[in-house]
Design a protein around this ligand. Structure first.
Ligand code: HEM
Length: 152
């Protein structure tokens, strides 16, 4: 198989770094930095930031799914170690949450900014914030399960 597993793990971890690191930056650095701005400035900024951030995450999700799926098959699929199946399960939940943010909540921010409905926009950004916290916690737990429960 050559270097296929190493390359898959490399791509997997790079994408995990982009996803989880991006959430840390957005939540702990960008959000407090923008908090004092008026909604008329803050919400269009979030719309623009999310517009590109969610595309990066969409790419990362595809790479994580393909590389993780490939490695999981090599480790025996459903018969692989429980840590790997737990990672796949938690990863799938994270991806569903991402999909909800991207395809249900983000369009609400877009519409609110277009129609200058700032309270609706602020509410939708707040929903994204809460879901990102959930995904951040799940991401850290997933990395913890993957690495701390290796058992050697
Ligand atoms: C459908 C989703 C996923 C599948 C099927 C999957 C599967 C795998 C597999 C098979 C490995 C290789 C383990 C090894 O080399 O021993 C791996 C490594 C790893 N994955 Fe995932 N993964 C998924 C999602 C995630 C997510 C969402 C995260 C983090 C947020 C993550 C974090 C890691 C880490 C840190 C490693 C390196 C651990 C190690 O090599 O022991 N994975 N993954």
């Amino acid at each position: 198989m050559g270097y296929a597993m190493e390359i898959a793990l490399f791509a997997h971890l790079l994408s995990v770094a982009v996803w989880v690191g991006g959430m840390v930056f957005a939540h702990f650095c960008l959000r407090p930095g923008l908090a004092d701005l008026a909604p008329q400035l803050r919400l269009p900024l979030w719309e623009s930031v999310f517009g590109s951030f969610f595309n990066w995450i969409g790419g990362a999700v595809i790479v994580i799914l393909v590389s993780g799926g490939f490695m999981l098959m090599e480790f025996g699929g459903a018969n692989a170690a429980w840590q790997l199946n737990t990672m796949a399960a938690l990863g799938s939940v994270m991806m569903l949450i991402y999909g909800h943010i991207r395809f249900a909540v983000f369009p609400r921010i877009r519409r609110a900014v277009q129609s200058q409905s700032w309270p609706e926009g602020a509410q939708a950004v707040n929903t994204v914030r809460r879901l990102v916290v959930v995904n951040l916690v799940l991401g850290v737990v997933t990395i913890g399960v993957a690495v701390l429960a290796r058992g050697y």
